[in-house]
Design a protein around this ligand. Sequence first.
Ligand code: PRX
Length: 610
Amino acid sequence: MPWATIHKDPVPRTTPRLRDYDEECASFSWRAARGMLQGLPGGRGLNIAHEAVDRHAASGRATAVALRCVGRDDSVTSVTYGELARSSARFAHVLRGLGIGHGDRVVTLLGRCPELFTVVLGTLKNTSVLCPLFSAFGPDPVFQRMTLGDAQVLVTTADLYRRKVAGRRGALAALRHVLIVGEGADDLPGTLPLGALMADAADTFTIPPTSPHDMALLHFTSGTTGVPKGAVHVHDAAVAHYVSASYALDLHQDDVFWCTADPGWVTGMSYGIVAPLLHGVTVVVDEGEYDARRWYRILAEQRVSVWYTAPTALRMLMRTTPRTGPYDLPRSFDLSALRFVASVGEPLNPEAVVWGRDVLGLPVHDTWWQTETGSIMIANFAGCDIRPGSMGRPLPGVEAAVLRRGEDGRAEVADGRVTVLTEPGVEGELALRPGWPSMFRGYLHDEPRSAAAFAGGWYLTGDLVRRDANGWYWFVGRADDVIKSAGHLVGPFEVESALMEHPAVAESGVIGRPDPVAGNIVKAFVTLRPGFEASSATRRGLLAFARRLLGPAVAPREIAFDQHLPHTRSGKVMRRLLRARELGLPEGDVSTLEDATSAVTSTMRTEQPA
Ligand code: PRX
């Protein structure tokens, strides 16, 4: 039984940016959209940092609040656009003074703190490339991404440096400088105190000429196999950030906007930093961790008007306020400033959309995009009806299609061509027509995987969808083995590789096991080497080992022992089969199994977690 359509608000508090979907799609052009940005003075190009801070600071909005940072201790610090323009100028000088220039990579390993904004914007001003890393990553993912990304500068805290980088510093060949935010640099050889460097730097900076096609951001993402992929984004992406925040988040300049995503991931960068600053709004930054009461308090006290969050977070809030029970917690806060709520990163269940309407007084608008797309591609809009459970419709300027799948589950490519499915309701791979400004420009140093992402004139997303007769898109699942856990994309290969570093592990296969709150949790099936016992103690040891190496967001939450992992004839572990068996689903086509009969007869010795 489909969920009833939620009709658009007949008397919205703020006139939506997108009022007539068809008309907007018909009249939209990216060329015209570029005109909404200013460009560097003197026609010297397009630079994200100029658009995000300097142009506001120079046009009478220097005293407008850019950031409202809520500390772990609940203290609130405000930073104006003028202050951000000056601090980012200082950081650009710091980089320049260290000999870091155009195209050089600056990696951040930081929590959600004001300094992060300074570093991001200062790096962009210097036309260097910013690569954010998630501060909850363990040493392995950090090392691997810094190596693959040719990190020349790392900006982090003393504690994170000590725990995650110092031990392998010598192996990071390209790394020239480590800048420490806050106290502690004096006790760490080979690091510099950022505060002292900033104090000596000038607070005005002339941004050098910047081509819209210059690399600006490097975001790592995961695939089914191989090392993480560094998706390259350019300064021109700002056009799509601006447009999408307008259409899909309905941002207006007087909004107070809170994106709960961590800036170590693409959502936290595109919509936690770049897009809202392009619009000149006030951005709420919470240094603390998720806590239902804390979050409602921030929404209320900061008078948040537009809120962008994740389905996992909403499901956690729903747990503390079940629809069938009292709504005491949210109702004890004044959420009257809130006027628009959206989510991203994983399927948004219809219950969550409706829960938003009932509890927050606002339905949740699902949006869809990826690291590679750089900005929102498909969305439910403020001025349109919502179909709960649907990701919505493509943004004006975005051409999407559903492609016929081949035997491997991905879009079928024959002689370089693909088949676009025009019939509604048929499942296929979601594809996008290249040409939007925030499209990634390839994976760094990985031409084969970059080329494989495109076929027949389309970018292939790896997501399976259906489109209904009215043009709305419905998410079906991934066409590959990557795992979405609490909104974070986890590559099974990365987890398997880390487990293999343990002396007890002969082989492993990693899958996502569905979870009612996190969407999926990471589960590993492990074959032990001779001499190791499939015991609770071994399991605990492996879980702790993986957590230490990978960090809590990536490490498996469950481990099962299996001395007979299913393999293809070419020797690869068949994760698809592991997942089917785990979920009690039909095993599907097992013709590539190394011994097809074993698919039926093998018994897995799966122990439940201790
Ligand atoms: O599978 C889709 C899922 O998240 C993937 C992209 O993850 P990532 O590159 O980490 O980017 C996160 C920022 C968007 C997609 O390929 N995904 C994203 N949005 C949705 C979604 N799945 C279902 N519904 C969504 N709204």
